[in-house]
Ligand binder design. Structure first.
Ligand code: PLP
Ligand code: SF4
Length: 392
C-alpha cells in the first residue's frame, strides 16, 4: 500500500447532486477547456487542476501588486494551491475578499517578525516518533500526511505542509501505531496532517482500522479542512467507510460564512447523516473574521449545517503571519458578544496555543467581579451583578 496513492485510483462513485453549477463555478470551469460538470464533481480532477501559478490565477482575479509579490515569494515558503471549486468563491475584483485573503499569498507573509517561530506550537519537541505529537496525557495528535487541498496562508504547520515536502512511509505509520499500542493511557487519537482527507479511502481506512483495533483507543477523530476547500471529496464511498468505524468525530476548519455554500452543506449533510458528530475550528484572522458580528454569523451558519462550534484559535505566531494576527482583546470581545447573546451551542472556546508547546489555553471575559469571604460577586452577559453565596 502506498500512502501517497492520492491521485492514482479513479473514484468509484461520484456524488451526483441536483441542479447545475453556480454562476461563479461556471465562470471558473470555463477556464479549463474540455472540463465537464462531472469533472468538477470529481475531487481528483479538482486536485489535479489546483491553481498554483500566478499566470493562471491572474486570469481569474485581478491581482494586486501585493499579491503578485506574495505569489512570487511563496514558492520557497508555503506553496500557493487553490482548488478550482474554492477559487470560484473568490471575489475577482475585491482584494479584501475573505476567501482570497486566506488562499492568495500577500507580500506581508515574506516578512518574519521577531516573535514568530517556525513551529509555534512546539509540536516537534513533543514528538516521540515521527508523525505523533503527545502533549496531553490521554490523547495524541497523529499527523498522517503533509498535503492539503488548499494551503492557508497563516498555516501553523507551514514548516511541514506543502506539495513535494517530506513523505510518510508505512514504516513511519507502523512506528506510530506501535507507540499508541504501548501507551495504554491513549484513549483518543486525533488524525490530522496536512489534511488526511487528501489521501485515498484505502489508506485512510487502513489508518482508522488499525487505530480502532487497539483496545484502549476509544475513538478516532479527524481534523480536516476538506469539506470546506474541496467538498467534492466527501463521497458516499468515503462516508460509508467512515460509518463502519463509528464513533468517529470530525473537526472541520471553517473561517467565514462565505465558505458555507450549498455544496458544503451537501457534504456536511452526508457526514452528519452518517452519524459523524461535526465540530468547527476557526482561526481568528484580521480582516477576515475579527468582527464580532461576522463571527456570530459564522457560528449561526455552522449550526444550520449541523456543525457545532468547538474552538476559536488565536492565530499562532507562525513565520509571516503578523498581518493576520489580532490583539487578544479582539478574541475576548468576540466571546463577550456571543455568550448569553446567542444560542449556547453557538459559543465555542477561545484558546491560545501556548507558544513553544503550552497546549491550548482558554481565554474569555471575566464574569467574577469579586470574591468575598462568603460569596462571589458575579456579572451576567448584560452587565447586571449577582451575589452567589459560596457554601463553606
Ligand atoms: C489540539 C490538540 C489536541 C486535541 O485537543 P482537544 O482539546 O482534546 O481537542 C491533542 N493534541 C495536540 C498536540 C493538540 O494540539
Ligand atoms: S488545511 Fe490546515 S494544515 Fe492545511 S494549510 Fe490549512 S491550516 Fe495548514
Amino acid at each position: 500500500m502506498n500512502p501517497l496513492d492520492t491521485l492514482n485510483n479513479k473514484p468509484k462513485t461520484i456524488v451526483k447532486r441536483n441542479g447545475h453549477l453556480t454562476a461563479q463555478e461556471n465562470r471558473v470551469i470555463n477556464f479549463f477547456s474540455d472540463a465537464t460538470p462531472l469533472d468538477w464533481e470529481d475531487w481528483r480532477w479538482q486536485i489535479r487542476n489546483r491553481i498554483t501559478k500566478k499566470e493562471v490565477l491572474a486570469k481569474l482575479i485581478k491581482l494586486t501588486p501585493k499579491e503578485e509579490r506574495g505569489i512570487d515569494g511563496s514558492g520557497t515558503k508555503l506553496t500557493m494551491s487553490i482548488p478550482p471549486y474554492f477559487a470560484s468563491l473568490m471575489d475577482p475584483l475585491n482584494p479584501a475578499c475573505p476567501i482570497r485573503l486566506q488562499c492568495v499569498p500577500q507580500d506581508d507573509e515574506l516578512t518574519i517578525a521577531p516573535e514568530e517561530m517556525s513551529d509555534p506550537c512546539g509540536e516537534d519537541k513533543n514528538s516521540p516518533v515521527h508523525g505523533l505529537v503527545h502533549r496531553y496525557p490521554d490523547r495524541v495528535l497523529f499527523l498522517v500526511n503533509e498535503m492539503c487541498a488548499m494551503y492557508c496562508r497563516y498555516c501553523t504547520r507551514s514548516r511541514m505542509v506543502g506539495d513535494g515536502k517530506r513523505t510518510l512511509s508505512m514504516e513511519t505509520y507502523n512506528a506510530a501505531f506501535e507507540y499508541i499500542r504501548s501507551h495504554k493511557q491513549i484513549r483518543d487519537v486525533l488524525v490530522s496532517g496536512g489534511d488526511p482527507l487528501t489521501m485515498s479511502d484505502r489508506v485512510l481506512e487502513h489508518i482508522i482500522k488499525t487505530l480502532k483495533e487497539i483496545p484502549h483507543v476509544e475513538f478516532v477523530r479527524i481534523g480536516t479542512r476538506i469539506p470546506v476547500t474541496l467538498p467534492q471529496r466527501v463521497t458516499t464511498d468515503l462516508v460509508n467507510m467512515l460509518k463502519r468505524y463509528s464513533p468517529i468525530w470530525m473537526s472541520i476548519h471553517f473561517n467565514h460564512s462565505k465558505e458555507i455554500t450549498k455544496r458544503v452543506k451537501f457534504a456536511c449533510d452526508l457526514l452528519a447523516d452518517s452519524g459523524i458528530p461535526l465540530g468547527s475550528q476557526t482561526v481568528l484572522l484580521k480582516g477576515i473574521n475579527d468582527d464580532p458580528m461576522v463571527m456570530k454569523q459564522l457560528m449561526h451558519n455552522l449550526l444550520k449545517i449541523r456543525v457545532r462550534p468547538y474552538y476559536i484559535y488565536q492565530c499562532d505566531p507562525i513565520h509571516g503571519s503578523k498581518h493576520f494576527r489580532t490583539p487578544v482583546a479582539a478574541g475576548i470581545e468576540i466571546m463577550e458578544k456571543l455568550r448569553g447573546h446567542t444560542t449556547g451551542y453557538a459559543v465555542p472556546t477561545y484558546v491560545i496555543d501556548g507558544p513553544g508547546g503550552g497546549g491550548k489555553i482558554p481565554l474569555g471575559p471575566n464574569y467574577v467581579v469579586s470574591r468575598e469571604k462568603d460569596h462571589y460577586l458575579l456579572r451576567n452577559f448584560a452587565g447586571q451583578q449577582f451575589k452567589y453565596y459560596d457554601p463553606q
